[in-house]
Design a protein. Structure first.
Lengths: 224, 402
């Protein structure tokens, strides 16, 4: 489902070239649950951004559902992100002036869905995250855990095949963090591929497959 | 993305950042209202002048003694010849054309008017019965100057309403004898209060027969001769006739100046028109300033919403969609600001009309349309830079700036 072949990602920093990703080869099947771990600067977030089509490799090929997505133009890339990929960020990234329901509705608006369909899907996503009574609350009126659940609802409302999460519990207390992880794992149970980037060993230990990165390379992969 | 959703998104953004939106709307609407009110003033002034000229009379041709145009050093100048007088006989000769409906000779001077122990300086207008029709004046009471022989210097006068009030107060003026200079004139009528008309303040004038005025001021020449043509189309024929008649009577010298209402009016129109456009141009600068304000605020907004734009990209918004969203936001601002400005401009023009009723300051349709168009174009044009900047944001960098 996801196949990375000899991926390189270099950044020019002043006179120096930094190899953020160095010859990454990786295969992830549909419905897998993977954690990507490693110290800061090891390249795990860069890898997540590449898989999420937010960034482009300097060299190599990336196949998503057997399609070489490194060759997509900007419009096709945006469409793929909207329809096949969901993001959950450590900082939630909710639009502060919009309510929970309106935040969840955003990807559906961008997809051009009609208002009736949107209302139904938003209702379903709110219900799945047990947020029905928070639909008209703004992010500032929600707890950290509730905000992250709104973000998860938004990431999954278009029913993507891949859910990419970057330190999803990083800003949460233990109880809320556990709550969020259970919500994510419940989605994985519905055959959504779940990739979690984290520093947290305990969090990483929850996934059946763990990838460890160091200096832009895959140091170990429990799945290979 | 559906068109209705683009608008909805823009509306939510404007509503979400209300303070910013209100300030931008104020800037835009003040710009539009300024254009409307200033052009309303300009148009009002034009209309005022046009009405004033219309009150002069209809199809009017005015003859002045002497030539007003520069013709270089001619024989007359070298010989020290001054223009010939425009006489009452000249005026009579000007009646002899089928295209001429009426002729009214005019003489003007100042004299002291007195009745019993009341006195004041007045403008004395010497003319004939015809001037009443030519200038569209109305009588309040009594009769106007008698018809008939222009050479007859009868001792009668017609008073302006204010002169009558000041000299006679509560007394009846008709039939009383008023002294003008050394002569006495019997009051036969009082003019209606028509206010000020170009050239003559009807309320503050004493009208006597033209021959009486020539005698009173001891001047053989007329100040003006007013000719009313039978129709607008016959005015050129009347002008040719007047020039030719006077030339014949003045030994081949065309020593008069002929002025028509149209010519004077078109000159005023040109001046006031240029003034209106200049004022509108100055006001349009305020619109451009509003546009620059929108650009600056949008640039700040894009910078403040970097993370939001990054998020939208992560959720599937293309560069084109982001560009569209920012431009629609600016368009909505400009349209709402423009319409608000229209309202304020109408209200302001109404205020101007209430304060200066004679000006009739109605904003012209072209100014209303142009100001809103300029507001919209300026708003959108100046938002291209921030919109383009937003659309080119790198989503990874944008998301990291939370």
């Amino acid at each position: 489902m996801i196949r990375l072949e000899a991926i390189h990602r270099d950044f020019q920093v002043g006179d120096q070239v930094v190899h953020a990703l160095d010859d990454i080869n990786l295969e992830i099947s549909q419905g897998e649950y993977i954690s990507v771990m490693g110290p800061s600067g090891s390249g795990k977030s860069t890898l997540l951004n590449l898989i999420g089509l937010l960034d482009h490799p300097t060299a190599g090929k990336y196949f998503l559902n057997d399609r070489n997505v490194t060759e997509l133009d900007e419009e096709e890339e945006s469409l793929t992100r909207n329809q096949q990929i969901g993001f959950v960020f450590q900082a939630f990234h909710l639009v502060p002036r919009l309510t929970a329901a309106q935040n969840i509705e955003l990807p559906l608006i961008l997809a051009g869905r009609n208002p009736e369909e949107r209302a139904e899907l938003v209702e379903r996503a709110l219900s799945a995250m047990h947020l029905q009574d928070r639909a008209h609350h703004r992010p500032e009126q929600l707890s950290g855990g509730q905000r992250q659940r709104v973000a998860i609802a938004r990431a999954t409302v278009t029913e993507p095949s891949v859910l990419l999460t970057d330190e999803p519990t990083g800003n949460l207390d233990q109880h809320s963090g556990l709550d969020v992880m259970q919500a994510l794992e419940a989605l994985n149970d519905r055959n959504i591929t779940l990739i979690i980037v984290t520093h947290d060993e305990a969090l990483g230990a929850r996934s059946p497959r763990a990838i460890r990165m160091l200096d832009g390379r895959i140091e170990s992969d429990s799945g290979s | 993305m559906r068109a209705s959703d683009v608008l909805l998104f823009g509306w939510r953004a404007l509503y979400g950042y209300r303070t910013r939106t209100v300030f931008m709307l104020i800037a835009m609407s003040i710009g539009v209202a300024a254009v409307m009110m200033l052009t309303a003033l300009g148009e009002g002034a034009q209309r005022y002048v046009r009405n004033e000229f219309a009150s002069l009379g209809t199809n009017l041709v005015i003859i002045l003694p002497g030539r007003s145009e520069t013709s270089g050093v001619g024989l007359g100048t070298i010989m020290g010849v001054t223009p010939r007088d425009l006489t009452l006989a000249d005026a009579k000769a000007l009646t002899q054309h089928p295209a001429v409906k009426r002729v009214a000779p005019i003489n003007v001077g100042a004299a002291e008017a007195s009745w019993q122990n009341r006195k004041r300086e007045v403008t004395v207008l010497g003319s004939t019965n015809e001037i009443l029709e030519v200038r569209h004046w109305r009588m309040e009471r009594g009769k106007f100057l008698p018809k008939g022989d222009w050479d007859r210097a009868s001792s009668v006068c017609v008073l302006g309403a204010k002169i009558r009030d000041e000299l006679f107060g509560a007394h009846s003026a008709i039939g009383q004898w008023v002294r003008l200079g050394e002569n006495r004139y019997r009051v036969i009528g009082v003019m209606a209060s028509e206010g000020r008309s170009i050239g003559v303040d009807v309320e503050e004038v004493v009208i006597i027969p033209v021959a009486s005025a020539q005698s009173l001021f001891n001047v053989p020449s007329l100040f003006r001769v007013l000719i009313e043509a039978r129709s607008h189309t016959s005015i050129p024929r009347v002008i040719d006739f007047a020039k030719e008649t006077i030339k014949q009577r003045h030994q081949g010298e065309e020593d008069i100046t002929v002025v028509t209402q149209d010519a004077v009016l078109s000159t005023f129109d040109r001046i006031l028109g240029a003034l209106t456009y200049s004022i509108a141009g100055i006001a349009a600068i305020s619109l451009a300033v509003a546009g620059i304000l929108i650009m600056n605020v949008m640039l700040i907004a894009v910078s403040q919403r970097t993370s939001e734009i990054g998020l939208l990209k992560a959720l599937g918004a293309s560069r084109h969609t982001i560009l569209l969203l920012i431009l629609i936001e600016a368009l909505l601002l400009s349209v709402v600001g423009g319409l608000l400005g229209l309202g304020i401009g109408q209200l302001g023009s109404w205020g101007l009309r209430a304060a200066i009723p004679e000006l009739q300051a109605y904003p012209p349709n072209w100014a209303m349309l142009a100001s809103v168009m300029v507001a919209v174009v300026t708003g959108v044009l100046f938002s291209l830079l921030p919109a383009s900047k937003a659309s080119r944001l790198d989503p990874v960098m944008a998301l990291s700036r939370h």
